[in-house]
Design a protein around this ligand. Sequence first.
Ligand SMILES: Cc1cc2nc3c(=O)[nH]c(=O)nc-3n(C[C@H](O)[C@H](O)[C@H](O)COP(=O)(O)OP(=O)(O)OC[C@H]3O[C@@H](n4cnc5c(N)ncnc54)[C@H](O)[C@@H]3O)c2cc1C
Length: 501
Amino acid sequence: MERGKSVVIIGGGLGGLFTGAILSHEGMKVTILEKNATIGGGLQSFKRFGMVFDTGMHVIAGLGPNGNIRKICQYLGVMDKMQIMDVDDDCTDLLYFAEDKAYYRIAKGRGPFVESLSSYFPEERVNLQNYVEAIYRLTSEVSLFNIQRTSESLFAHSEEFMMAADAFIAKYIKDSKLRSIIAYMNPLYGGRGNQTPAYVHAIINVLYINGASRFKGGSYLFAETLADCIREHGGTVLTNNPVTKIEVENREVKAVVASKGDYHADYYICDIHPCSMFKLMDEKALPKSYRDRLNSIPNSYSAFSLYLKMKENSFPYINHSVYYMTTYCDIWNFGQMNKPWPLGFLLMTSPELNQGKYSRKVLLTAPMPMEMCQMWENTVTGHRGESYRLWKKECTDKLLDRVEEVYPGFRDKIEAVNSSSPLTIRDYYNVKDGSLCGFSKDYNNLALSQVPVVTKIRNLLLTGQNNNLHGFCGVPLTAINTCEAIFGLNYIVDKINQAIE
Ligand SMILES: Cc1cc2nc3c(=O)[nH]c(=O)nc-3n(C[C@H](O)[C@H](O)[C@H](O)COP(=O)(O)OP(=O)(O)OC[C@H]3O[C@@H](n4cnc5c(N)ncnc54)[C@H](O)[C@@H]3O)c2cc1C
């Protein structure tokens, strides 16, 4: 019955594009309104020094032979158009702990993951096996993660599902260093000790244990592929078109006002941070209790990033991520202000379409609390002043000092440096607090951060990283939730499974 109906999506990020692609595929007439000059949000790439750099989508997963995101892409008919490169099987990630100058190589796959860590901690082999079994067990509790039919409620889960991630790890692993090592991916989900629920940790770890990939030639190519999918079904994707107002009457959206005009549709979907959405509406459009609840949810921390152009033939292409950590005990503390910065960072070389032996691009992402930029919080891009420039230079130097420990002589190989701060993320994506992953999840109060895709406004739905899980592996799953709020529970899941059979 919904085929042929129209939908306007506010925000052309990962969530807006996946939701739009699915709805177009199911016959709806989709219009996406994106504020920036390019679509993609976290999938955006930008040009500097004559090169294409990816803003945020550096490591992706779920694309293996039975991967959940692969299944969605197959159903959409875009899998064959994706330009991706799998990272090395024998070393998906290389970890370095400065505290004791120790390196750990993590291998792909359940067995190899256990084996790789057992080689450093032989006495923990059985514990590691039990831990891996436990995280896979937790993911099997989430039907959508496995693209299976659901009737589940968040609260129909095992006790472990709702534990704090650090306590969950400690339940299985005795060695305190190994506990920290196992938590190394937590910056990927904005992890916080004694807050992040075990199921978030389990989902991300399982995804990456199953195999990580990278976009070749720039993540924007995939954003374009999703946009093409929408256009091929008669939809429209409009850039440079910020939405400035959502007009609501009697709990129904009547129109959205954007810089290029007013838009009317049967349904409206917001892919922007809900707290940014509130600013586009009259105060009375939604109940105060709802606004207060969402405004009170803490956001995950932000990041400072370096986008480096390397001199020709000077730095190798490395086909895995490198995680630098200062101390084991701070593994869950990336969002804390009372710690020296940086506590750690992720270094990676991003592949070109025809990647050779050397890389011209190195990306560094170092988690950073938004509060570190408080001094400039009321400034806008390009007008933050000399003190901001100097502070960024200082942060850049601190990061490069750390990189030198792993790759001596690294500085000499750099041709040009571009940096971004939490303020860049805040203003570029219009995301509250420049958050990396949106609303922070807290096992102490899961209901608080669990934001349904339906709202009290009859024809307004939400999508994107703030509803469930963030990132390349979470946002497409939420897109299914959003589309099923229109088409009915399990409708899209069934379609995906039929398509891949
Ligand atoms: C530095 C960084 C590194 C990251 N690395 C990874 C990674 O390696 N792997 C991974 O899986 N995830 C990563 N993430 C997380 C990932 O990028 C996000 O979870 C994901 O992009 C969120 O998608 P979204 O659609 O919810 O939001 P976004 O991608 O933020 O999309 C929202 C869109 O709405 C637009 N918009 C905002 N306001 C308006 C308005 N008023 N009118 C019209 N349009 C508007 C924005 O411009 C944007 O395009 C990273 C994030 C950051 C910031």
